[in-house]
Write a protein that binds this ligand. Structure first.
Ligand SMILES: Nc1ncnc2c1ncn2[C@@H]1O[C@H](COP(=O)(O)OP(=O)(O)OP(=O)(O)O)[C@@H](O)[C@H]1O
Ligand SMILES: [Mg+2]
Length: 391
């Protein structure tokens, strides 16, 4: 089979020059390692966008021979625009922990973990997804983490969004570089009591990154299993926007306990959110519920509530999909400025009386109740009075 694979790969074309990889002598390495096909090519002069075309062509040409999940593509480049090269550029941050020894590095390639492996030291894992980008997923995830922490839990966050990893900015830790400990586990970065790990720490901000889906699954596995999470109650995963193969492959191997879907009230966003709900259902992942973000804006001058992105749509969707509604988060300037400045909303005590603050408290409680249902205290009714329960 390897000969057939090599023959087909020789015909892969460089989209820039139109010449075959064979002519340009780009293949550095082609081998089968157990059931994995490991490929390496020289990508000098091939931009990240074109790289994606190349990798699509590779998959197309081999799909009847090797399962897509078993193809691992590495690249080398003398100009080093490559993300995996960029990993080598990770510079160690001044060490704050004694056991910290080396700058942490991600391994290239696939996750090869067993199906649905639990993450050691982590209570519940929650995936946070949205059908489309820009609906406030990262803002929500970071502030939910802070809310759960305020409610007494130990919380971690994985920023699995390779397109726009934003947690380093939101948590004010853009220049940090994770290190690994003596057991070769990556030590998560900590901010406001939240431990977190982000793709953003391992790539150059200016490098557009296009990683193939199955590889991303592998890197997320590393964030789950090769990071020293050490005693978390909740680990939240900020997924890349969308409901495609990337998101699927990221979470299909790990034992995720529940999912939250974020949507704005618009119809289009809702349509995407429904796709998200279907994806999580396909994975047999319990849906904790849906959150409506940017639900309305209360004008500081006139006091009126404006429904900038429509109204009530998420309610309709949750009814149709028969999933819980977790709450709505209005538009507030401080949510954005807090994130931009690395001082997230839920760390700012001065905002305690605001609508967004109470929304997060309510949502945090519902999320916790999903896993640890609390029995309601008896209300002041006849039976309670008879039993003397409300004294
Ligand atoms: N309720 C809100 N009020 C005000 N600004 C908000 C609100 N929710 C999100 N934002 C702002 O909207 C922008 C997009 O939010 P965010 O980055 O969290 O979305 P996302 O879904 O994670 O986006 P992406 O798909 O790019 O990852 C950010 O500037 C954020 O600060
Ligand atoms: Mg985001």
């Amino acid at each position: 089979m390897i000969d057939e694979i090599k023959k087909r790969l020789s015909q892969i074309t460089n989209p820039v020059s139109g010449k075959s990889f064979e002519v340009e002598q780009r293949w550095q390495h082609i081998s089968m390692q157990e059931d994995k096909l490991v490929l390496e090519y020289n990508r000098d002069g091939i931009s990240p966008t074109e790289k994606r075309l190349v990798e699509q062509e590779i998959i197309k040409t081999l799909s009847d021979l090797v399962g897509v999940d078993n193809i691992m593509v590495k690249t080398v480049s003398s100009q080093s625009q490559d993300v995996f090269k960029a990993l080598d550029k990770v510079t160690p941050a001044p060490s704050s922990t004694k056991e910290a020894s080396a700058p942490a590095q991600l391994k290239v390639g696939h996750g090869t973990i067993d199906k649905k492996k639990p993450v050691p030291g982590v209570g519940k894992i929650i995936a946070i997804g949205s059908g489309k980008g820009g609906v406030g997923k990262s803002t929500f995830t970071s502030n939910l983490a802070l809310t759960l922490a305020q409610q007494g839990h130990k919380v971690g966050v994985i920023d699995a969004d390779i397109y726009g990893p934003s947690l380093p900015m939101i948590f004010g830790k853009r220049n940090e570089k994770p290190r690994s400990n003596s057991e070769k586990k990556i030590i998560p970065i900590e901010a406001y009591g939240i431990k977190f790990m982000s793709f953003g720490f391992f790539i150059n901000e200016e490098d557009p990154v296009i990683w193939r889906g199955p590889m991303l699954g592998g890197v997320l596995n590393q964030f789950l299993f090769d990071v020293d999470w050490n005693g978390l109650d909740y680990l939240l995963i900020d997924l890349p926007p969308g409901t495609g193969d990337i998101q699927l492959s990221m979470i299909q191997n790990a034992q995720v306990d529940g999912a939250i879907i974020i949507s704005t009230p618009q119809d289009i966003a809702l349509l995407d959110a429904k796709k998200g709900a279907e994806m999580f259902k396909k994975l047999n992942l319990p849906i904790i519920g849906m959150v409506e973000n940017m639900s309305s804006f209360v004008c500081g001058d006139c006091g009126k509530e404006h429904f900038i992105f429509g109204h009530g749509g998420v309610h309709k969707a949750v009814e149709q999909l028969e999933i819980p509604f977790l709450g709505k988060i209005p538009l507030e300037m401080e949510l954005r400025t807090g994130s931009d400045q690395g001082v997230p909303y839920m760390t700012q005590e001065s905002l305690k009386d605001r609508a967004v603050w109470s929304s997060f408290l309510e949502i945090g409680k519902k999320v916790d109740d999903f896993f640890n249902p609390t029995v309601d205290k008896p209300k002041a009714g006849l039976f309670s009075k008879i039993l003397g329960l409300n004294k």
